[in-house]
Design a protein. Structure first.
Length: 716
């Protein structure tokens, strides 16, 4: 403690630094030292690895330090502020709108070094919930020095992790560190490297690269930060981000540039290795990634979340690669999806397919009076199976999902007062919006066990879905004002409530009023008309999609619903491919998710491999992203992040299935032909259904804007 106090006094005298951390009480000492800088540039959310806090003698008492290669200054200049949030809880520690000193240069650009790769933020408010760190004054590093490194983990349920190692090389422009044990350092770039046990900062974590002995870390010496702190801009006030745009101060190439460059991590030994930042920027941005469904895109966003650049892979099955591709229009949004399922009595009919895959196709009995011979093959079972397929195609990191079912009891005869009874609501919230997809699957299983019953109150189903998405009175879900809100609406019939079943026009108008309310609330409805009855009178399902700028999908054979749902796409992508450019081979398995997420298993050659992802949006725009990995057979297997384990398992299961089938080209061709036939049939059915809906509009005199009308009230 005496040594640390002396260092603190030295820093105050030389650089105006307040030796923070030298008199910490026990409570403050347990607070994390790192946070994640996040900012919005234009409409894009950026996450810049990790940052730490250093105390200064000027208001508000501290600054934030991180790497330059995590930021593109042109993008930063378009941002109003950078928020520093704790890694797990997302609690805001502080915020900045200015840079305290002239930013350094990313090591990946010509002339860049690890020493100069830093950015110092002037804070607008004193940091809360974090501790500040003292920086080393002089003579900070020597070979063999024990070090402790802090980082903000994207996976662990706490705000900070630490690892230990030792310095293996010291140079004026870089340090090299070997870890005691291998560690996943994704999102740690910019984290502080401290002498241990002294506890003062000697550098910033910058990069990692594979060596014969394992993985070596590249560390930028703290000297560059110390010198910049001694020369603050504008008398210590700092300068707004906008002044660092085009024509401003030294421009820092962004994360993408750092990854592309693959520059050497320093002069010494640089020719023997490529040292691009690896797993040090945040590879798992939790931010909003989904754009408005159905809109023409103005930008194609493509990101590889895993593996990190220059990762070492020993897995025999090749590289597991995951990321997200999304064609965007306007502001990025998270995604909230309500699955609205029809559970009316008619959904007990056979779907015409072996939905439960038990080898038997259920059939209707005695003109549909009795249940189908296999309840697991009913229309309701097809809806549930399709809903489960939707869950497989979404990413819980960015998408919440809820489940609503609707049916309805018949209205009592006129002038008849119903007393008592156990009336079940016409719409039931089976599960509110959640990212715990396991709970949703349990809810869907319960829906199937309960079975169909009642009439078809589409109006209440829609209203319940919108209520949950928007957080209106009576809703159960926690509202998210910044999310994109979508209803996937499944029905096998026509509306028979809330009015008497014979009042067809009134029931349809009621549905359209609910759809118009959804439109005004910013909710998009994608509707699915399942089976002949729904397609004989499709005006309600056609119009609810049209009114809200969604998509109507006809499904003539209910059993095709599970196949059809695979075509649901919210990412506005036309194609996506993953290829090992070094081998000249495509991914052996590829899974593309509706919300833009994707995963692939890519074959590897021994040594260096360049993996490329290419995406094409529906408007013709294209984007490419690359990651370089090193295949070292026999190396310890890599552990996928927790949130990607399910995707990796899905790919491995797909590989097993393909191997079991012998990967016969004819089988693949036949599957694609079936898919194309279904798509062509959908288009034909959509044309017929829209013509029929137009005729219904004329017959029912449902033309022009929906006119307001009083809703019926159910007898007590």
């Amino acid at each position: 403690m005496a040594l640390r106090s002396q260092l603190g006094r030295t820093l105050v005298g030389l650089f105006g630094l307040a030796g923070a951390g030298l008199a910490l009480d026990a409570a403050h000492a347990t607070e994390p030292a790192v946070a994640k800088p996040r900012f919005v540039s234009g409409t894009e959310l950026r996450v810049g690895g990790s940052a730490f806090f250093v105390a200064v003698a000027r208001d508000p008492g501290a600054v934030a330090v991180t790497t330059a290669h995590a930021f593109t200054l042109e993008e930063l200049s378009r941002s109003h502020e950078v928020a520093f949030e704790l890694g797990w809880t997302k609690q805001r520690a502080s915020v900045s709108s200015r840079l305290l000193a002239t930013p350094g240069k990313p090591f990946s650009v010509p002339g860049g070094t690890l020493r100069d790769d830093f950015v110092i933020f002037a804070l607008d408010v004193a940091p809360r919930g974090v501790r500040t760190l003292p920086i080393c004054a002089s003579g900070c590093s020597e070979v063999g020095q024990r070090v402790r490194i802090f980082g903000a983990s994207a996976q662990a349920p706490h705000a900070e992790d630490d690892v230990f190692g030792r310095v293996t090389k010291v140079a004026a422009d870089q340090l090299e560190v070997a870890l005691d044990v291998p560690a996943d350092l994704r999102g740690w770039g910019g984290g502080p490297v401290l002498r241990h046990p002294e506890g003062d900062v000697i550098g910033l974590l910058q990069a990692q690269w594979p060596t014969e002995d394992g993985v070596t870390l590249g560390v930028g010496p703290i000297d560059g930060v110390r010198a910049a702190l001694a020369k603050p801009l504008d008398g210590g006030l700092g300068r707004p981000f906008a002044s660092f745009g085009a024509g401003g101060a030294t421009a820092a190439a962004g994360t993408a540039g750092a990854r592309r460059a693959g520059a050497a991590a320093g002069r010494a030994g640089a020719g023997a290795r490529a040292a691009a930042p690896v797993a040090l920027e945040d590879g798992t941005e939790e931010g909003p990634l989904l754009g408005r469904a159905g809109a023409l895109s103005t930008e194609l966003r493509l990101a590889i979340d895993y593996p990190a650049d220059a990762a070492v892979i020993g897995d025999d099955e090749g590289a597991f690669l995951a990321g997200r591709a999304l064609a965007l229009l306007g502001e990025f949004r998270r995604f909230d999806v309500m699955l609205v399922l029809d559970t009316s009595d008619s959904t007990r009919a056979a779907s015409g397919a072996d939905v439960n895959e038990n080898g038997v196709v259920g059939e209707d009995r005695v003109f549909g009076i009795f249940p189908t011979s296999d309840a697991g093959d009913s229309i309701l079972a097809a809806e549930v199976a399709a809903a489960e397929r939707v869950l497989e195609s979404l990413d819980p990191r960015s998408t919440r999902v809820g489940v609503v079912t609707f049916a309805g009891e018949p209205l009592p005869p006129p002038n008849v007062l119903t007393v008592g009874g156990s009336h079940r609501p016409d719409a039931v919230i089976e599960e509110p919006l959640t990212t715990e997809y396991g709970r949703l699957r349990k809810a869907l299983h319960h829906v199937l066990e309960r079975g169909p019953e009642g009439l078809t109150n589409m109006t209440e189903g829609l209203r319940a879905g919108v209520r949950e998405l928007k957080g209106f009175r009576g809703g159960v879900s926690q509202p998210d004002a910044g999310s994109e809100k979508v209803v996937l609406f499944f029905t096998d019939g026509q509306p028979t409530l809330p009015y008497d079943g014979a009042a067809v026009a009134q029931n349809v108008r009621s549905v359209l009023r609910a759809a118009d309310q959804a439109r005004r609330a910013g909710v998009i409805i994608h509707s699915f008309a399942i089976g002949p009855e729904a397609l004989d009178g499709p005006v309600a399902v056609v119009e609810m999609a049209r009114i809200t700028e969604g998509r109507f999908t006809p499904v003539r054979r209910p059993g095709d619903l599970v196949r059809v749902i695979e075509n649901v796409d919210f990412a506005n992508l036309e194609s996506l491919s993953v290829r090992n450019q070094t081998l000249g081979r495509d991914a052996t398995e590829l899974v593309q998710k509706a919300d833009g997420g994707f995963g692939a298993l890519v074959p590897l050659a021994k040594g260096k491999n360049v993996l490329e992802v290419k995406a094409r949006a529906t408007d013709g725009s294209e984007a490419r992203a690359q990651v370089t990995v090193h295949h070292l057979p026999g190396a310890a297997p890599t552990q996928a992040p927790r949130e990607l384990v399910a995707l990796r398992n899905q790919l491995l299961e797909k590989r097993v299935i393909n191997l079991r089938r012998g990967r016969i080209d004819a089988e693949r061709t036949r599957t694609e032909e079936v898919r194309r036939d279904i798509e062509l049939e959908i288009e034909r059915e959509r044309t017929v259904a829209e013509e029929r809906a137009q005729k219904q509009r004329r017959d029912l005199r449902i033309e022009g804007d929906v006119e307001p009308a009083p809703e019926p009230t159910r007898a007590p």
